[in-house]
Design a protein around this ligand. Sequence first.
Ligand code: FMN
Length: 190
Amino acid sequence: MEAIDLLKSRRSVLVKNLTSPGPDKEDLQQILEVGLRVPDHGKIGPWRIQVITPKGQKALGDLAAKIFTNKYGERATEKQIEAERQRPQRAPVLLVVTSDIQSPHKIPELEQRLSGGAVCMNILNAAHALGYSAQWVTEWLSFDTEIKAALGHQDQTDIIGMIYIGTAVEPPQPRTRPHLDEIVSEWSGP
Ligand SMILES: Cc1cc2nc3c(=O)[nH]c(=O)nc-3n(C[C@H](O)[C@H](O)[C@H](O)COP(=O)(O)O)c2cc1C
């Protein structure tokens, strides 16, 4: 497929519709390389990517189940607890993308943050280019202090993406996109 058609055809696939196979080591390496090929003003590299191994996915699931149970106590049903345990294990590959903003710094915070978004977007496109499907989510795990600490992150680090990659169980439905003329306008001067 032409690169431009590939970019135009990417669609997220809901995590619950992702299955094996996921990218093998070689494919994952390529996805990660593309992930790092992003605009980064000042070469700060204000982002990191963690590959959560299958063992890590299980450990994260056990922790999610524990946090959920502690939070909801007797109101938490076995089914809900099990769903939380499975949450990080729903797809063969899970990447956690974090953003670490240098502040104060001559490069504005916004630019540093956007560069992290570009990492996530490039990962999605690279996965698609290799024939996989993926979804970029945050969900509650990204905002939970205990999860963040368990993954080894400081308070000031933001988890900006949990990207699940695998194979779609079925092709996703097309998603309505905004019309160009609703979003794009011309400006030729004051
Ligand atoms: C930063 C960010 C966080 C997101 N978090 C979630 C999430 O927690 N849960 C969810 O269902 N979708 C989330 N999404 C949306 C999906 O990744 C995706 O955009 C949506 O399913 C539409 O897919 P598309 O890529 O085909 O437009 C998030 C998107 C972004 C950019």
